[in-house]
Design a protein around this ligand. Structure first.
Ligand code: HEM
Length: 398
């Protein structure tokens, strides 16, 4: 076992959980290899309690001490990275709170409930197109198309544009979070720019953007650049994590067939099961890096100003101090205080939307297919450690 954590280790993609366990037991606040080549290193937090207190602390920030990246310097204010710096993920207080409070009404449970019948209709359409018996790739033929369709509807995007949106979203996901492959980073930048240009053109043509996800008040208040940045963010955040959750959770059920049977026989357990899927195979394995603002001690380790800190959510969600038998998928787990949606001021905006989508997917899959079975295949995980997602999951529906 390596003693220095490496966010780019190929082993981490195949089986992150045994690596996390080692660090939880041996060095839970760990100075590991850097997330970017020029940095000396980064802190990785593996324990649940440390992650929660870190994410709720005001002694760390997203943007304030980061210098401009090369691409931002060379291409001016509208470069891909300068656009991503306007995402909620990247903002710090007080601006973060001002903008989030304008956007949040569209994502509250009450608002999302209004989308229920529409979401269910979209899932029915895809299910109707797959009459059993049929073999599909659950990732490419189901999980990604359904989440793309739903987010595109909420953003007022036409059906003809969907496949292009899916490609852009995937390129952004593969290239922005913890990536050291220059080609992947360049492709993410290009995809960000193209998506932004699409929204800019739409706003110019229609003089508005017909989306349910940005309340009128937010549309009036935000500059065009911010509006575009948030729309791009919704595409990436809305498609990637939810699609990966849908596919990862089916894999969980294949790996724990007794839980699969239990769920099929007791569909009222679906909401609880979705929380367990989120805990067990968290689609976002880490939060974005934060920068330390003042010297602070976490669990006996001193963190210095300017150093980067990363909360490993996938490890916190398997912390044996919090979860009994954490390596077991237990769809009846109660309580289940997982933190797959983060914590603190950057707590996920899409929590109600993604829960509703995934719950509805399983309800309708069980209603429409008597059996859902894997087709033997060697699993391959996406190249980016942060985004826990499969390339492919071949299945047979009967
Ligand atoms: C299973 C699905 C999802 C998971 C696991 C997930 C996970 C997360 C996590 C861990 C964070 C915090 C990141 C950090 O602290 O650095 C976050 C933030 C965020 N998520 Fe999600 N997310 C999901 C779905 C969605 C959806 C559907 C949307 C929108 C359409 C969305 C929009 C956002 C936004 C805008 C933020 C930033 C919030 C802020 O900075 O205040 N997410 N998400």
């Amino acid at each position: 076992m390596t003693t220095q954590f490496d966010p780019f280790s190929p082993k981490l993609k195949q089986d992150p959980y045994s690596i996390y366990k080692y660090f939880r037991q041996n060095d839970p606040v760990h100075w590991g290899k850097p997330i970017k080549p020029k940095l000396p290193g980064a802190w990785y937090l593996f324990h649940y309690e440390d992650v929660v207190s870190f994410l709720n602390s005001s002694l760390f920030a997203r943007a304030s001490s980061e210098s401009k990246t090369e691409s931002q310097k060379s291409t001016g204010v509208d470069s891909a990275s300068s656009l991503r710096k306007r995402w909620l993920f990247s903002l710090d207080p007080p601006e973060h709170g001002q903008i989030k409070s304008l956007i949040i009404p569209a994502f509250q449970a009450r608002s999302v409930e209004n989308y229920r019948s529409h979401i269910s209709q979209r899932i029915t359409e895809i299910i109707t197109s797959l009459s059993p018996p049929v073999q599909i790739d659950f990732v490419k033929d189901f999980a990604f198309p359904i989440t793309t369709r739903i987010i595109a509807d909420l953003l007022g995007i036409a059906e003809t544009e969907l496949s292009q949106f899916q490609i852009w979203s995937k390129k952004i996901a593969d290239g922005i979070a913890l990536q050291n492959d220059p080609q992947a980073i360049a492709q993410a930048d290009e995809a960000t720019k193209q998506l932004a240009n699409y929204f800019r053109r739409t706003i110019k043509e229609r003089e508005t953007i017909n989306t349910q996800l940005l309340p009128e008040k937010a549309q009036e208040f935000l500059t065009e650049k911010d509006l575009v940045a948030h729309l791009v963010q919704f595409i990436f955040a809305g498609i990637e994590s939810t699609s990966n959750l849908i596919a990862n959770s089916l894999l969980c059920l294949f790996r724990f067939p007794e839980q699969h049977n239990l769920l099929r026989q007791n569909p009222e357990l679906i909401p609880q099961a979705v929380e367990e899927f989120l805990r067990f195979e968290s689609p976002t394995q880490t939060t974005a890096a934060r920068t330390c603002l003042e010297k602070v001690t976490i669990n006996g380790r001193e963190i210095l100003p300017g150093q980067k800190v990363i909360a490993v959510l996938g490890s916190a969600n398997r912390d044996e101090k919090i979860f009994i038998n954490p390596e077991q998928l237990d769809i009846t787990r109660e309580p289940n205080p997982h933190i797959a949606f983060g914590q603190g001021i950057h707590f996920c905006l899409g929590i109600h939307l993604s829960r509703l989508e995934v719950q509805q997917v399983y309800k309708q899959l069980f209603q429409n297919y008597a059996s859902i079975a894997p087709i033997p295949y060697s699993l391959s995980w996406r190249s980016n450690w942060v985004i826990r997602g499969l390339h492919s999951l071949p299945i047979r529906l009967n």
